[in-house]
Structure formats: structure tokens, C-alpha cells
Design a protein around this ligand. Structure first.
Ligand code: NAI
Ligand code: 13P
Length: 319
């Protein structure tokens, strides 16, 4: 049995795909909604048009995972601490696998660090990489990174997370996987803003590339390996998110660029992460020009043109 916590778009999609291997429980906090999804076999709110397989059970009763059973945490990064504070005692001693991308506002902590802070014993790991929920749920091919500091346990979990349409690669570089996944969303907001403001695709390419250099710089400063950042969870997800209109971060950026209002209920991880990383950069004396510019955009303190001018007028240097 695999347990998935959070029936948002991604939690539901992962549950659907994993159910190809065996029984899965999908937990959500709202009793009425859980009953409706379990009965209609569809998560109309978050993942419309996808029929849930028979061996996927949707419930609002918190399951009690047995030792060794995997629990996937698919709530947004900024909600992870609150979720764990309420439920960590019930989750047992099995591996807890974050399926979210971001850094926590206020602490600058990554998802696995938040998990370890609330449950110091046991494995905390992360599943990340380029994949839209709708693609995963429809059985389209995807490749993800599973990062677990313990190589032996990681190998076993990698096999359990692999499904007919999700090919899972393994790494022990948790820091690299988490920084790549968190910061690609920040860059996607910036790229969306560039396109929304009509600055052109050449400008977007410049921003993506310099954004990637920034991700590598900050992540390696924190101990990440370059290879991880060039892989699925870094470069791979950056490309997907900065170029696809399926991405909420990218579309949020576009709305900033156009000066439109964006639906505040939509999950946009990069907005809080830009603020968390800008704070971290200030505390640690790091230079993160793109992230800082995106932070200015999401806080409404900068216009896209001014942000671009700021980046373009920095001192000239070697690439
Ligand atoms: N949607 C996608 O295509 C992908 C999403 N992700 C990541 O997955 C994570 C979740 O995103 P989505 O599922 O798309 O978001 P979503 O907005 O579709 O759903 C979030 C869910 O979390 C639940 N939730 C919020 N706070 C909670 C709490 N304290 N306790 C229990 N449940 C809580 C909400 O009720 C909602 O159902 C994010 O970090 C995102 O970056 C990763 C890859 C793809
Ligand atoms: O992380 C994602 C794709 O890998 C989903 O991106 P958005 O959260 O921007 O929709």
C-alpha cells in the first residue's frame, strides 16, 4: 500500500499512476469532498476528466501507514509544516516523500528539511522533476528524480515509485534536487513576465540561461552537485516550466507582465519561494539578481521593464 497525502492536482495524479502497481490510499482533509471523489471516481475540482482506478481509495480518515510503507506528501511547500504539525504522529516510521517544490517562507528550509525538523527519525526524501499532473494522470510518459540521502533505501523506494508511465531516476543529492525544483518556479515567473510584457523570446532565453546559472551558483554554495542541476529536477524542469502555458508559475508571470489580475487561489509555489530565497540571499550575503528581481515583481515593487533594465545594466562580465 502507498499513501498519498493531499488530493490536489499532483497528489491525485501520482496516486492514479501509482495505482497501476497496486493499492493506493489518497487522503484529503475535507470529508465531503473525499466522499464525493470516492463515489464519483473523479477529482472534478483539481483533476477533471481523469477516472480514478478501482484500487485507489479516497478518504478523509487519516490512514496509519505500516513500517516500510511509503507516504507521499503532496501538499504545497508553504502548507507542509502545518500539515505535519497536525498529523505527523499518525504517519508512523516509514519513509516520508515530499512531492512539492519550494523553500519555506520565514525559515528558508527545503521540504525534506521541514519534514526532518518535525520528524527527526526515519527517511525523508523528495520526488521531483518535469511533470504536469494532467500528463502523469493520463498515462503520458514522464521521467522524475527521486532524491534520498540513503542510497540503499533510495534504491528500493525508486523501484516502488516507478510506474508504467513514470521512469524514476535516483540520486543521493537531495540538496541539488530541492534547489533545482524550487528555483525553476521562480525563473518561470520571470520568463512569464517577460513574455507577458512583450519583451520577446530572445529575452526569455537570456533570462532562462542566466537564471540557470544563478540556480547552479546558489545550489552549489549549499552543497549541491552540478550534475543534479543539469538533470531532470533542475534543467529539465526549468525548460518545461519556463516554456509551457500549462505551468501556473509561468502563467502567473504572464499576468504580471500584462498587468492582469491572477486568481489568488491557484497554487504558485515560485512566488513565496522568490521571497524566501531573496531573504536567504540577504542573510548569507549571496548575489541572486534574477531571484531578487522576481521577488520585486511578485511583491509589486518593480515593473517588468525596470527589472529587465536592472538586470541588463549590471557590470559586464565573463559568461
Ligand atoms: N500540478 C502539477 O502539475 C505539479 C505540481 N507539483 C507540486 O505539487 C505540490 C502540490 O501542488 P498541486 O497538487 O498542483 O496543488 P493544488 O493547488 O492542486 O492542490 C493543493 C492541495 O493541498 C491541499 N492542502 C493545502 N494545505 C493543506 C493542509 N494543511 N493539509 C492538507 N491538505 C492541504 C489543498 O486542499 C489542495 O487540495 C506543489 O509543490 C507543486 O509544485 C509538482 C509537479 C507537478
Ligand atoms: O512543477 C511543475 C512541472 O514540473 C508544475 O508547474 P506549475 O506549478 O508551474 O504548474
Amino acid at each position: 500500500m502507498i499513501h498519498v497525502m493531499g488530493a490536489g492536482a499532483y497528489g491525485t495524479a501520482l496516486a492514479v499512476s501509482l495505482a497501476q502497481n497496486g493499492p493506493v490510499t489518497l487522503w484529503l482533509r475535507d470529508k465531503v469532498q473525499a466522499k464525493e471523489i470516492q463515489e464519483t471516481r473523479e477529482n472534478r475540482k483539481r483533476l477533471p476528466g481523469v477516472r480514478l482506478p478501482d484500487n485507489l481509495t479516497v478518504t478523509s480518515a487519516m490512514p496509519a501507514p505500516k513500517d516500510g510503507e511509503l507516504t507521499l506528501l503532496a501538499v504545497p511547500t508553504q502548507k507542509l509544516r502545518g500539515f505535519l504539525e497536525s498529523h505527523v504522529a499518525q504517519l508512523g516510521r516509514g519513509p516520508l516523500i515530499a512531492c512539492c517544490k519550494g523553500m519555506e517562507l520565514g525559515t528558508g528550509l527545503s521540504p525534506t528539511k521541514v519534514i526532518s525538523a518535525l520528524r527527526p527519525q526515519g527517511i525523508s526524501a523528495i520526488l521531483t522533476g518535469p511533470s504536469f499532473a494532467a500528463d502523469v494522470a493520463r498515462g503520458l510518459p514522464t521521467a522524475l528524480t527521486f532524491a534520498c540521502a540513503d542510497a540503499e533505501s533510495g534504491t528500493g523506494i525508486q523501484a516502488q515509485l516507478t510506474t508504467p508511465n513514470i521512469r524514476v531516476y535516483r540520486t543521493t543529492d537531495v540538496i541539488g534536487a530541492e534547489f533545482g525544483g524550487a528555483l525553476k518556479n521562480v525563473m518561470a515567473i520571470g520568463c512569464g513576465a517577460v513574455i507577458g510584457a512583450g519583451l520577446g523570446e530572445s529575452a526569455r532565453s537570456a533570462l532562462m540561461t542566466r537564471g540557470f546559472a544563478e540556480i547552479v551558483r546558489v545550489a552549489t554554495t549549499h552543497g549541491a552537485q552540478r550534475d543534479t542541476l543539469s538533470g531532470l529536477s533542475g534543467f529539465g524542469d526549468l525548460v518545461l516550466t519556463c516554456t509551457s502555458e500549462q505551468s501556473r508559475n509561468y502563467m502567473y508571470g504572464q499576468s504580471i507582465g500584462r498587468g492582469d489580475v491572477f486568481d489568488e487561489t491557484v497554487t504558485v509555489e515560485g512566488a513565496a519561494t522568490a521571497r524566501a530565497m531573496t531573504q536567504l540571499a540577504q542573510d548569507q550575503g549571496l548575489d541572486l539578481p534574477v531571484t531578487t528581481a522576481v521577488c520585486g515583481l511578485v511583491q509589486g515593487k518593480l515593473k517588468v521593464r525596470d527589472a529587465m533594465d536592472m538586470l541588463l545594466s549590471r557590470p559586464l562580465k565573463e559568461e
